[in-house]
Design a protein around this ligand. Structure first.
Ligand SMILES: [Zn+2]
Length: 130
């Protein structure tokens, strides 16, 4: 009986010791990623609207040479560019997630959100000066 108590006590202790070292597994669409992707989607929508307003008024042109040909096509091109940009961000995050680089995954998500927020701020600033 004493041996059984000692054994279960020991195994419980061993489990406690191994838990912090276990690799962190989380679902791809967990709370933090869902918040990051939703925020990014909203920021991309603001980017699309402000970019079209600025380019249609002739006040500015798309600065990114990759997006420029699409953005110049008007709303359809803008939507395509937005979808591509969002898919790329999701693809990068998913690649990091699947390869077990969860810290890089989080970092990349919030970095993208930060870049897009700065971009929106710039667009809104230009738009406000019209
Ligand atoms: Zn992950």
């Amino acid at each position: 009986m004493l041996a059984l108590v000692l054994l279960t006590g020991y195994s419980a202790c061993a489990q406690q010791l191994t838990l912090p070292d276990a690799p962190s597994h989380h679902k791809f669409f967990d709370r933090q990623n869902t918040v990051a992707f939703s925020t990014l989607a909203g920021l991309i929508a603001v980017d699309a609207v402000t970019t079209q307003r600025l380019t249609n008024s002739g006040q500015a042109r798309e600065a990114n040479p990759l997006w420029r040909p699409m953005v110049q096509q008007g709303w359809q091109g803008e939507m395509a560019a937005s979808a591509l940009g969002f898919s790329a961000a999701l693809g990068v995050a998913y690649t990091f997630h699947k390869t077990g680089h969860h810290k890089m995954e989080r970092w990349a998500n919030w970095f993208t959100v930060g870049i897009e927020a700065a971009n929106d701020t710039h667009n809104l600033f230009l738009d406000a000066r019209r």
